[in-house]
Design a protein around this ligand. Structure first.
Ligand code: PEP
Ligand code: MG
Length: 572
């Protein structure tokens, strides 16, 4: 048995066989073909297998990601059926006695070189597609497994060096019982998505992809951040019991599903869910969400080959608003950049992408992308209670520009006869220290704030949220962070505005008492954290936790704060 420690990224215990999501070694020994007909048959057979796999993946993607996102696989299928690509491979086999692998490699390299040197971004993108699909064909020729998360059809724990958000989006909850990765932090987007998919996960183990082999038995303990490879019988039994206990606790929490959220002393707060796509609303409601506190719209733009149209966006936003039946829905405008890229945009590489051209900075410079989103949102506003939120606001000027574009689009739509709600609230994410410090000035210009601690902590502590080596600096309880949160809440309340928190800290059981004491109005979190939070709040007195605020803000370290708050809340 081998035990690895990482970062607990999504709660729960998973026990299943390992599924290695790692690119196989595609090297081969180059031989001259003695039987060219046989080489051509091998090539045809590998193409056929690849085509039938891609068809299955496409069907699966249609269900899990929607028609538009599944279109990328149609493009891949076309490549494998393109005579302009396949015929030269066969010619090389026949005329030059090349092996099927070598012929495939040569032709692919020729095409990729031509496409990569074209001015047109779309064509350069096709080069990446050709490389991608040809790896699958080559794997079949060599006779090695090509990992396909979308085709998993038995219970597994996915093991990977890293999972991109789009890999994570392909995981089917029915079969993928858990996942463990070498790198990543609690607030990396794969971890956030694991929580919304309700899949136990441990990230940042450093070397699970080397320690666990295909089909090894693996336990993912997403409660304590441990991964156990090939556990002995008694360990397996201990973890099966732990799994049963956790399930029993969930049943207990579920009793509060349709209840409002009150503290022990009768104060009401709102518990919202963070979602990434319209399909997540069902799980949010099942988990007792009273609102959507953050809809990360960028996932609508990701894992596909072109921008979503205004119409497509309108449908997505309308679906969320309708499903929430008048409960508040905070939709965040496109927050691309950082660890979230759009393949079809071809943005230049940056030295520090999290400090770079992302979110509102990108949108204000790309009105052709931003305006359709604003229009889609405004049109959808007629179908529910919409609150629009701008991400990564650093200056009042950015906020004013974004608001002006919104007002302009609203005027255009109304003049064109569309119905647009008159009470859309407009707010901002507070995730950049300058904004938290200047909350007083911002509070006059917004209807609400939502504190994005994932970024606020990384920028305040100057610690990359994706880098586990500096994860010790991800300190939500550091008095510096609490002081900023306090400042934001005070400033908003002075102007009669409400404050939510949609960073991961908002659902952290250790932070909840402090946040309640600081006066936070809305807590937005992964759906599965809502019921535990409601249970916890029911046992907390707001008056009591508020009486500790001054003392906590004057403390010198996160450790001091945690020790103090634990001693107080364990007593109460
Ligand atoms: C945040 O920064 O806290 C946040 C909620 O946004 P994201 O995690 O998408 O950057
Ligand atoms: Mg953020």
């Amino acid at each position: 048995m081998n035990t690895l420690t990482g970062i607990a990224a999504a709660n729960g215990i998973a026990i299943a066989k390992a599924y290695h999501l790692v690119m196989p070694d595609l090297s081969y020994t180059n031989k001259t073909a003695t039987d060219t007909d046989q080489e051509i048959s091998r090539l045809d057979a590998s193409l056929e297998t690849s085509i039938s796999e891609l068809e299955k993946i496409k069907e699966h993607a249609k269900v899990t990601m929607g028609e538009a996102q599944a279109e990328i696989f149609s493009a891949h299928l076309l490549i494998l059926q393109d005579p302009e690509l396949i015929a030269p491979m066969k010619e090389k086999i026949t005329n030059n006695n090349m092996s099927a692998e070598a012929a495939l490699d040569e032709v692919v390299t020729e095409f990729v070189t031509i496409f990569e040197n074209m001015d047109n971004a779309y064509m350069r993108e096709r080069a990446a597609d050709i490389k991608d699909v040809s790896s699958r064909v080559k794997a079949h020729l060599i006779g090695v497994d090509f990992p396909d998360p979308a085709l998993i059809d038995e219970e597994v724990v996915v093991i990977a060096h890293d999972l991109t958000p789009s890999d994570t989006a392909q995981l089917d909850r029915k079969f993928v019982k858990g996942f463990a990765t070498d790198i990543g932090g609690r607030t990396s987007h794969s971890a956030i998505m694991a929580r919304s998919l309700d899949i136990p996960a441990v990230v940042g183990t450093q070397n699970i992809s080397e320690e666990a082999h295909q089909n090894d038995m693996v336990i993912v303990d997403g409660l304590e951040g441990k991964v156990l490879v090939n556990p002995d019988d008694s360990t397996l039994e201990t973890y099966r019991n732990k799994q049963t206990e956790y399930e029993a606790q969930r049943t207990e929490w579920a009793k509060l599903k349709d209840e409002p959220t009150f503290t022990a002393d009768g104060e009401q707060v709102l518990l919202g869910a963070n979602i990434g796509n319209p399909g997540d609303v069902d799980s949010a409601l099942e988990n007792g969400a009273e609102a959507i506190g953050l809809y990360r719209t960028e996932f609508l733009y990701m894992g596909r080959s072109e921008m979503p149209t205004e119409e497509e966006q309108y449908e997505a936003y309308k679906t969320v608003l309708e499903k929430m039946e008048g409960k508040p829905v905070v939709v965040r405008t496109l927050d691309i950049g950082g660890d979230k890229n759009l393949d079809y945009l071809e943005l230049p590489e940056e030295m520090n992408p999290f400090l770079g051209f992302r979110a509102i900075r990108f949108c204000l410079e790309n009105e052709d992308i931003f305006r359709p989103q604003l229009r889609a949102l405004l049109r959808a506003s007629a179908h529910g209670r919409l609150q629009i939120m701008f991400p990564m606001i650093a200056t009042l000027d950015e906020l004013k520009k974004a608001k002006a574009l919104l007002a302009e689009e609203k005027k255009n739509l109304t003049e064109a006869g569309h119905s647009v709600s008159d009470d859309i609230e407009v707010g901002i994410m507070v995730e950049i220290p300058s904004t938290a410090v200047m909350a007083k000035q911002f509070a006059k210009e917004v209807d609400f704030f939502s504190i994005g601690t994932n970024d606020l902590i990384q920028y305040t502590m100057a610690a990359d949220r994706m880098n586990q080596r500096v994860s010790y600096l991800y300190q939500p309880y550091n008095p510096a962070i609490l002081t900023l949160v306090h400042n934001v809440i005070e400033a908003a309340h002075a102007e009669g505005k409400w404050v939510g928190m949609c960073g991961e800290m908002g659902g952290d059981p250790q932070a909840i008492p402090m946040l309640l004491g600081l006066g936070l109005d809305e807590f937005s979190m992964s759906a599965t954290s809502i019921l535990p939070a409601r249970t916890q709040l029911l046992g907390l007195s707001k008056k009591e936790v508020a009486s500790y605020t001054d003392k906590i803000l004057a403390m010198s370290s996160a450790e001091e704060v945690v020790t103090f708050i634990n001693s107080k809340t364990q007593k109460s």
